[in-house]
Ligand binder design. Structure first.
Ligand code: SF4
Ligand code: SF4
Length: 372
């Protein structure tokens, strides 16, 4: 197995185990593309679960106001704007389902011919605790659903993977898993990339053809679909970083504006900050204006603005290619042919930039944005 490293954050930032909420936004914004069909008209009343465009379900009840240009991790284009009436009127009146049906499971989980299912509650990024919180807050319903899936598909084993540092989940699981003989707790070391499916499979010594890995956040979607008969209307995100006084995990209504969430809940230590979506290593810098919370967003890190470390000349130490977990040579990013080829293979882990002693930023190399 590839040698993995432990990331050393400059300071330890503990996310409080108290869950905060932002569930009553004035508006939500849902991505809409040209090839989707609009299924509701302007000023039409919408209920929770209504399909407002093909494949787009509303997480709130209210009125469809029209289209607006917005940004998110998935699309910088037009979004359907729905004004909240705060009445929580729902299309779907089905309560919690006692039983799940096999066809329904197979629509969302490829468990046919699998021997093992892995629930992955590992957060790779520093200061982020989102996957860990999905497991923490949905603990009982997740274990019940895993148990049902084990019986329905006669799975050999179900692994629940948590970081050694996730002490609350570790102690709960250690005391409860005796009741579930086919569910096994795997406590994994705090090494970067173990949260990624292929690295986790190698670590557990599982074969890809036998096993299916599902993140805790995705399992929450699956739980909603199988047990509540609807797509999720809210999601968890970690808001943290060295510029935040009160780092937390927030339960947010899908489609909320990230700026509204931050303004309402977060106290900053200083005014000059930078925002990063989905981590410092594999995430990206974002700007909060018109930024929408979509499914892909797992965390927002708010970091002090530091003096940019100036890139120096490469000293040919070889650390960047030594550390690359998929055996690429990041130095060859400058070659456009190599860059095009690598785009498919690079997992955007950020390790090459992290390790470089002269602060060469391979993210800009990847975009072809560098000085010759
Ligand atoms: S970002 Fe890409 S090139 Fe750099 S270490 Fe990770 S996989 Fe390798
Ligand atoms: S880690 Fe930095 S200095 Fe070392 S070879 Fe790679 S680019 Fe050059």
């Amino acid at each position: 197995m590839q040698k993995l490293i432990e990331l050393k954050p400059e300071e330890s930032i503990l996310v409080s185990s108290q869950l905060e909420s932002f569930l009553k936004p004035d508006y939500v914004y849902l991505p809409f593309s040209e090839n989707q069909t609009l299924l509701a008209s302007k000023n039409e009343e919408i209920k929770i679960g209504d399909e407002v465009a093909s494949g787009v379900l509303s997480p709130i009840s209210g009125v469809l106001k029209g289209l607006k240009k917005m940004n998110s991790l998935s699309s910088n284009a037009y979004y359907l704007e729905i004004a909240n009436d705060f009445e929580e009127r729902s299309r779907n009146t089905i309560g919690l389902r006692k039983e799940i049906d096999k066809d329904g499971v197979l629509r969302v989980l490829s468990l046919e011919n699998k021997k093992n299912l892995v629930l992955n509650a590992i957060d790779d990024e520093m200061y982020v605790s989102t996957e860990n919180f999905y497991l923490f807050f949905c603990y009982d319903v997740f274990l019940e659903l895993l148990d049902e899936l084990q019986k329905m598909f006669s799975l050999d084993l179900i692994y629940v993977c948590v970081r050694a540092s996730s002490s609350e989940n570790v102690s709960k699981l250690m005391s409860d898993l005796g009741m579930y003989p086919n569910i096994v707790l795997k406590i994994v070391p705090d090494l970067y990339l173990l949260g990624k499916e292929s690295f986790l499979m190698d670590y557990l010594d599982l074969k890809r053809e036998d096993s299916l890995v599902v993140s805790a956040s995705h399992f929450y979607d699956i739980y909603n679909y199988l047990k509540r008969g609807r797509t999720k209307t809210n999601q968890f995100i970690t808001i943290s970083g060295d510029a935040v006084k009160n780092p937390m995990v927030v339960q947010v209504k899908v489609g909320s504006l990230l700026l509204d969430v931050v303004s309402e809940l977060i106290e900053l230590k200083e005014a000059e900050v930078k925002y990063f979506a989905n981590g410092l290593m594999s995430g990206e810098e974002i700007f909060l204006d018109h930024f929408v919370v979509t499914n892909e967003l797992k965390s927002l890190l708010i970091m002090r603005k530091r003096e940019e470390k100036k890139e120096d000349k490469c000293i040919r130490c070889g650390l960047c290619s030594d550390i690359c977990p998929v055996h690429l040579n990041p130095l060859l990013f400058k070659n456009s042919k190599y860059r095009e080829k690598m785009k498919q293979q690079c997992i955007k882990c950020g390790l090459c930039t992290y390790i470089c002693p002269v602060y060469i930023n391979f993210n800009s190399y990847m975009k072809g944005d560098f000085n010759e």
